[in-house]
Design a protein around this ligand. Structure first.
Ligand SMILES: [Zn+2]
Length: 416
C-alpha cells in the first residue's frame, strides 16, 4: 500500500480524522480499481487494514455506489458456491476529457474508470484564437450528444505555461494567440459542472499511471512526442511537478550549441531535430535542394507534409525521408539516454501518434537508448510504447476529472 494511493488526493483535503477516513476509502477504491474484480478476502490480504475497518470501508463505498459486487465466474470443476467479487462501479457517472493540442482537438466522454464511450479528433489551426477553439469544443460535444449537466466533471489537457490552480493558460509557444485564457471558467460555463486543467505532459503521465499493469510499480519516465517533446517522471504514484509545473521540457534541452535557432531563443534544442515542425522544415529544405523527389509533387500540389507521411516514405525507401527518421531516432535516443542516466527509472513509456511512435521505431530506438545509457542505468530498463498512442493526455485529463469527482463524493460524506 504505497504511493499509488497518494494519486487520489488530487484536491484539497484537511489533515483530520475524517479526512483520514476519506483517504482510506479512496485507498481501498484505488486498490480495487487496479486489482479488481477481487474478493474481500484477497483485498484484505493485499492491504494493511484491520478486517473490521476494511469491512466498514467497503460497505461505505458500496452504499455510495462507487463499488459493486458481482458473482465470481468459476472455471474448471471447483466445488462450492461462487464467491462475490468487488469492482469499481465505473459506469456510475461519465466525465468529459478534452485535449487542446496546437494542431488537434480531441474530445472524449469516458466512464469513471477512463473507458472511452465516445471520441472525436479534429484537425485545428494553431494560429486560431481561443474563442474559435471553444466554439469548436461546443459544437463537437453537441455532435457527440453531450448536453450541459450530462457529465459530472470536465478535465482538459493544455499545452504551454498554465496557472493550474486558477485554470488559466498563460501562454503557449505553439498557440501564439493564447494569452491568459480562462479555460476552466469557460469550460464550466459551457458544461455547468466543475472543470480542471493540467499540462498535457502531466495528464499523459497520469494516464500511464492510472492504466498501469497490476505489477508495474516504481519509477516511470513518460516521454511524449506530440507537437513538442516532453517528459514526466512518475515516482511511485506521484507525478513530479516543478515549482510552476513547468517541468518536463525535454524538447528544450540543448544538444547542439551551434545548432539551429529554436523558438525559445536558444540554439540546438532537441526539438529542432525531431518535432513535427522541424521534420517538415527539413524535408522542405531537401525538396528545395532538388532531393526527396517523391515528395516534391506533393508539396507542389499544396499537400501538407506531416511526420506520418515522412515515415511512410521512409518505409517505402525514400533515402531523404529515411535520413530524417534516422536522425529522429538518434537525437531522441540522446535525449532519453540523458534522462535515464540522470533519473535511473524502472521504465520508459513512449507516447505519440501511432503512425510515428510504433514498434518499428521502438526497435531502433531501444538500440540507440542503450548506446547512450550508462550500463547500470540500462540494466533491466523496460522501454515500451504507451497503449493509448495520441490519446494519453486526453485520457489523463478524463481520469483526473473522474478522480476529482470520486474524491469530492467521499470527502463530502466524510466531513458531514
Ligand atoms: Zn528551445
Amino acid at each position: 500500500m504505497t504511493g499509488i494511493l497518494h494519486s487520489r488526493l488530487d484536491e484539497k483535503s484537511t489533515p483530520d480524522v475524517k479526512a483520514l477516513g476519506a483517504y482510506n476509502a479512496l485507498s481501498v477504491l484505488e486498490l480495487v480499481r487496479v486489482l479488481g474484480p477481487i474478493s474481500r478476502a484477497d483485498l484484505a490480504r493485499r492491504t494493511s487494514f484491520k478486517s473490521a475497518a476494511l469491512t466498514g470501508l467497503v460497505r461505505y463505498l458500496i452504499e455510495e455506489g462507487l463499488l459493486i459486487e458481482t458473482e465470481e465466474t468459476r472455471t474448471g470443476a471447483r466445488a462450492g458456491r461462487p464467491g462475490r467479487l468487488l469492482q469499481v462501479n465505473s459506469s456510475l457517472k461519465s466525465v468529459l476529457g478534452i485535449d487542446i493540442e496546437p494542431d488537434h482537438l480531441r474530445v472524449a466522454v469516458t466512464d469513471l474508470g477512463g473507458a472511452i464511450l465516445s471520441y472525436r479528433q479534429i484537425v485545428c489551426n494553431r494560429q486560431q484564437d481561443p474563442e474559435t477553439t471553444f466554439e469548436l469544443i461546443k459544437s463537437v460535444s453537441r455532435d457527440m450528444g453531450v448536453k450541459s449537466g450530462d457529465v459530472v466533471r470536465v478535465g482538459a489537457s493544455c499545452a504551454g505555461l498554465l496557472d493550474e490552480p486558477n485554470g488559466i493558460v498563460l501562454s503557449s509557444t505553439n498557440l501564439p494567440k493564447w494569452k491568459n485564457v480562462p479555460v476552466r471558467a469557460w469550460l464550466e460555463e459551457i458544461f455547468a459542472v466543475p472543470a480542471h486543467i493540467g499540462r498535457s505532459i502531466h495528464q499523459a503521465a497520469w494516464a500511464e499511471h492510472w492504466f498501469r499493469d497490476e505489477n508495474s510499480s516504481g519509477k516511470m519516465l513518460v516521454v511524449t512526442l506530440r507537437t513538442g517533446v516532453g517528459f514526466a517522471l512518475v515516482d511511485n504514484g506521484i507525478v513530479y511537478q516543478g515549482r510552476d509545473r513547468f517541468d518536463g521540457e525535454l524538447g528544450h534541452t540543448v544538444i547542439d550549441i551551434n545548432g539551429p535557432l529554436c523558438a525559445c531563443g536558444r540554439r540546438g534544442c532537441l526539438e529542432m531535430f525531431l518535432s513535427p515542425a522541424s521534420m517538415t522544415r527539413r524535408i522542405k529544405d531537401k525538396v528545395g535542394q532538388g532531393r526527396a523527389n517523391r515528395l516534391a509533387p506533393l508539396l507542389a500540389a499544396g499537400l501538407e507534409v506531416d511526420p506520418e507521411l515522412i515515415y511512410r516514405m521512409a518505409r517505402e525507401g525514400d533515402p531523404d525521408c529515411r535520413g530524417i527518421v534516422d536522425d529522429l531516432v538518434y537525437y531522441l535516443g540522446i535525449g532519453i539516454g540523458n534522462l535515464v542516466n540522470l533519473l535511473n527509472p524502472d521504465s520508459v513509456v513512449l507516447c505519440g501518434a501511432i503512425d510515428v511512435v510504433n514498434e518499428d521505431l521502438l526497435t531502433v530506438l531501444r538500440k540507440e537508448i542503450e548506446r547512450q545509457c550508462l550500463p547500470q542505468s540500462w540494466k533491466n530498463l523496460d522501454v515500451r510504447l504507451s497503449k493509448h498512442a495520441e490519446r494519453s493526455a486526453l485520457l489523463g485529463a478524463a481520469v483526473r476529472a473522474a478522480q476529482n469527482h470520486v474524491n469530492s463524493v467521499v470527502q463530502s460524506h466524510a466531513t458531514k
